[in-house]
Design a binder for this molecule. Structure first.
Ligand code: MG
Length: 203
């Protein structure tokens, strides 16, 4: 499986990093080695001094698809979860300055801890979904999917023009404002509609 991540999908987050607001979705891919096995702590990587959390709603693809039309895109996912798109912000900044790809900063081992998935039908409206990230029980990020620049169906349609989506692939759909640094011994917790979906420690 692969993990497709959408960047700059919430205007207030694009602005906090002084990035332009994109006219079409920005995406990159993390390999399956980015998943964090359940109940494992996250080990702070040695190659960065500024590791940022980014909480994101995650779609799980349940049908193979290529060139998916937006009107049919909802048929390609039926579960959602929440995850953290860990980003070595200092390394990413160096990559950006040199015009290089972001993989070193984004795609490293265990950089995508993801919750279990929940059927979409359990939620009233996934296009108005609250989600949050807390560090040591302190609220750091709070988002609502109604603020996405590109909604879930637009993302699925867009990405599938370039990349075949396969059963079990994840799509991270972008982070709201409030990203920041974590430290060793922090406890990270992620919520959808006030329900804790994911929790792990940083070692
Ligand atoms: Mg992200």
């Amino acid at each position: 499986m692969k993990i497709i991540c959408i960047g700059r999908n919430y205007i207030d987050h694009a602005k906090e990093l002084n990035n332009p607001v994109p006219k079409e979705p920005v995406f990159f891919i993390k390999p399956d080695t980015a998943l964090l096995p359940k109940r494992n702590p996250f080990v702070y990587p040695s190659f960065t001094k500024d590791l940022h959390y980014e909480v994101e709603i995650v779609l799980r693809i349940n049908r193979i698809g290529k060139h998916i039309e937006e009107k049919f895109a909802h048929k390609y996912y039926n579960e959602i979860g929440v995850g953290v798109d860990f980003t070595a912000r200092d390394v990413q900044q160096q990559c950006k300055e040199k015009g290089l790809p972001w993989e070193k900063a984004k795609a490293f081992d265990f950089s995508a801890p993801t919750s279990d998935f929940v059927p979409i039908k359990n939620f009233k409206d996934i296009n108005q979904l609250n989600f949050e990230l807390k560090v040591n029980d302190e609220l750091k990020q709070k988002g609502n999917t109604k603020d996405m620049l590109f909604n879930f169906n637009q993302i699925v349609a867009y990405v599938s023009q370039f990349v075949t989506l396969k059963i079990g692939d994840y799509i991270y759909t972008g982070t709201p404002a409030g990203v920041g640094s974590i430290n060793i011994n922090d406890k990270i917790a992620c919520f959808i509609e006030d329900e804790k979906m994911l929790e792990f420690n940083v070692k």
